[in-house]
Each structure stands twice: as structure tokens, then as C-alpha cells.
Design a protein around this ligand. Structure first.
Ligand code: SAM
Length: 291
């Protein structure tokens, strides 16, 4: 089987299997071997690693991962791609192919069945579910070493910016709570087949052994963060007091902000992760939380 990751061989496979791209699955296959090299290199895969690939497509990256890793688990939702993958991956005996929706799989169980060692996630993600996938990996505490992923450029920017910038929000804080983000490569739309409407970025998230800040209760911290960004151009007090799920009132939020030395007119997008952790811990102690 010829190596994929270029336009000609990808087109050949598409034609051989009369494959029809499904927009609803975010199918844009990578056809640039330089970008592929960068992803593989930055993921720093060794034979000791088990790699989880989300959405292998026709197996372009899977072939490279299989060469570098001890084991690859590839999860593909589109059943029409399974015969293609059996063909393109026939030379490798270290790939387990799972035909499933990644958001419905019990990833903890899959990792546990393999001895529980932390895995490396490497993927060119389907863009329509990028955030749910990342949040599920972190919030469900799947044992992870790192997550090296291709995402829409704007999403990568949101993951790595700090307070006071227009892209800063709940995703930035959630990602930076769990991991250190690092941009690996900017990828123009022309590197994919078919060409998407957006440019992409490869970003690597290296998981911290333990989160950088201490939260009284993680679920509560993230509920507070989400509520703080719900009403983006409103004050933090309004966002939190209007969040039906938190059970905090205006007075309590104002008291906490004053204790922290912050103005009661402050907006969520100016607070650092440390300040959110402090704010949520103080609110936790002050109110009869509902989460
Ligand atoms: N890895 C291939 C590549 O780089 O050329 C394909 C990447 S393509 C952007 C995204 C892939 O994810 C597609 O193969 C698509 O069918 C698959 N996919 C979409 N939604 C999925 C889901 N919920 N679970 C698993 N795979 C999914």
C-alpha cells in the first residue's frame, strides 16, 4: 500500500472505493506530507506509547503513527471508511480500529483494558465537535500525556490566549487549567482534500501532572467560569447572579469581588485562571451551591 499524505494517492483511494465525502462528519483529509511530518515529530511518539487517533479518515496519519508507536487505537465514526482503513492499514498489526462515535465511547475503559498507562492523543479533528472532544478528554479524566491536534485556527487561538484579549474565554481557561498549550504549525486550507473554508492550526496540549491552580471543586470552578462568559459584554456580577444553575446572588458576588480587591464592575475576560480559582473557592464557601 502506497504512503498516503499526498494529493495523488489520496485521490486514488477515494476513487478506488467510490468514497463520498460527508460534510456532516467534517471530512477534510490531510494531503500535505510536510504538515504530517510536523505533527508526528511534535507528538514525540515512541514504541512505548499507545496513541489514540480520533477520526483516522482513510488512514493517512494512522500509517505514520503505527510506524512510530507501540500501539494505535483509531476511532472512526463513518462505517464507509472501515473497509478503506482495513486496506490502507493492512501492513500494520499494532492498530486497533473502532467504528464508533468518539463522544459515546468509554475511553477510560479502553485505556484501563491496556494497563491504564496514559495515552497520547494525535488527531486531525472533525471541527464540528472539537470543543466537546477536548473537554471530554480532560473532564472525564482520561489518562493522557499529551493531545496533539489539528483544529480550526480560531479555536487554537482561543486555547492559548490570556486575559484581556478578544479570544479569551471558557475554552482558554479550561485548556490552561489542565495543560500547557503550544502552537506547532499554521496550516492553510489548501493542505486538505476537499479544501475547507477555514485555515487550521496544529496545537499540542501537554497535560500537567496536577492542575496549576487549586480549585475547591472542579465542576463548580467550571460552572463559575462558564457563567462568567455567558453574558460576554456584561459585568461578572451580572453573569454570575443571572446564572440560574449556580444559586448565587448579586450581593454574594459583590462581597467576594471586594474581598479579592476587585471592582464590582469587573468583567470576566479580565480575570486570570488563578483569580477564577480564588473567586470560585470563595463563592463556594459563601453560598449554598447547587452544583
Ligand atoms: N485523520 C484524517 C486525515 O488527517 O486526513 C481525517 C481527518 S477528518 C478532518 C476528521 C475525521 O473524523 C473523519 O474521518 C470523520 O469521519 C471522523 N469523525 C467525525 N466525527 C467523528 C466522531 N464523532 N467520532 C469519530 N470520528 C469522527
Amino acid at each position: 500500500m502506497a504512503t498516503l499524505g499526498n494529493r495523488r494517492n489520496t485521490a486514488e483511494i477515494i476513487e478506488k472505493y467510490h468514497f463520498c465525502f460527508q460534510k456532516k462528519f467534517g471530512q477534510n483529509f490531510l494531503v500535505d506530507s510536510n504538515i504530517l511530518d510536523k505533527i508526528i515529530e511534535s507528538a514525540q511518539i515512541t514504541k512505548q506509547d499507545c496513541v489514540l487517533e480520533i477520526g483516522p479518515g482513510i488512514g493517512t496519519m494512522t500509517q505514520r503513527l503505527a510506524e512510530e508507536a507501540g500501539e494505535v487505537i483509531a476511532v472512526e465514526i463513518d462505517k464507509n471508511l472501515i473497509p478503506v482503513l482495513h486496506d490502507t492499514l493492512s501492513a500494520y498489526n499494532n492498530v486497533t480500529l473502532i467504528n464508533a462515535d468518539i463522544l459515546k465511547l468509554d475511553l477510560n475503559q479502553i485505556v484501563e483494558e491496556r494497563g491504564g498507562n496514559a495515552v497520547k492523543v494525535v488527531a486531525n479533528l472533525p471541527y464540528y465537535i472539537t470543543t466537546p472532544i477536548i473537554m471530554a478528554l480532560f473532564e472525564k479524566k482520561v489518562p493522557l500525556k499529551s493531545v496533539t491536534i489539528m483544529v480550526q485556527k480560531e479555536v487554537a487561538d482561543r486555547m492559548q490566549v490570556g486575559p484581556g484579549t478578544k479570544d479569551y474565554g471558557a475554552l482558554s481557561l479550561a485548556v490552561q487549567y489542565y495543560a500547557r498549550p503550544e502552537i506547532v504549525a499554521r496550516v492553510p486550507a489548501s493542505c486538505f482534500m476537499p479544501k475547507p473554508n477555514v485555515d487550521s492550526t496544529v496545537i499540542k496540549l501537554t497535560r500537567y501532572e496536577k492542575p496549576l491552580v487549586k480549585a475547591e471543586n472542579e465542576a463548580w470552578l467550571f460552572a463559575v467560569i462558564r457563567a462568567s462568559f455567558n453574558l460576554r459584554r456584561k459585568t461578572l456580577v451580572n453573569g454570575l447572579a443571572n446564572a440560574g444553575n449556580l444559586g448565587v446572588n448579586r450581593k454574594q458576588v459583590e462581597e467576594v469581588l471586594t474581598e479579592m480587591g476587585l471592582a464590582v464592575t469587573v468583567r470576566g475576560e479580565t480575570l486570570t485562571l488563578e483569580q477564577f480559582a480564588d473567586l470560585s473557592s470563595r463563592l463556594w464557601q459563601k453560598c449554598s451551591h447547587t452544583i
